[in-house]
Design a binder for this molecule. Sequence first.
Ligand code: CA2
Length: 150
Amino acid sequence: MKTVLILNGPNLNLLGTREPAVYGHQTLADVEALCLSACAAHNFKLDFRQSNHEGVLIDAIHEAGRAQTAGTLAGVVLNAGAYTHTSIAIMDAIKGSGVTLIELHISNVHAREAFRHHSYISPVAKAVMAGFGVKGYALAIGALADISQA
Ligand code: CA2
């Protein structure tokens, strides 16, 4: 059984506590529970993480690349938070690791401020999902199941 890594970046630990009009009422623990059931439905193990630190996210991406090469990981779903719009280092880590990665955003970043329209991650991601709310995480896990069977 392969693992899916769900990686959440800065401030996503605050989900459900503020800005419900943008991010909904569900907490990160609720998102983890949602991902657990989506992984079970697709015969995946779940590795669910959140960090506010760029280097920790980069280390996790490197680790994921090694796990995918070893055949134990199906891919990564990354919500890099605001690092999406700023981090060349995360872009380099994704490219360098060779990992299959879906870029995910809870909100539709293209319907928001202009500074959220550019992503350093999109050019190195397998696919990009935005605006499905937290249900997007389950959809992304389903997409990884499709991709890894192809
Ligand atoms: O829509 C998304 O998932 C984002 O990746 C969320 C990031 C934002 O910077 C991106 O542009 C889009 C922000 C995550 C912070 O989430 C909070 C949730 C509740 C309260 C405060 C922050």
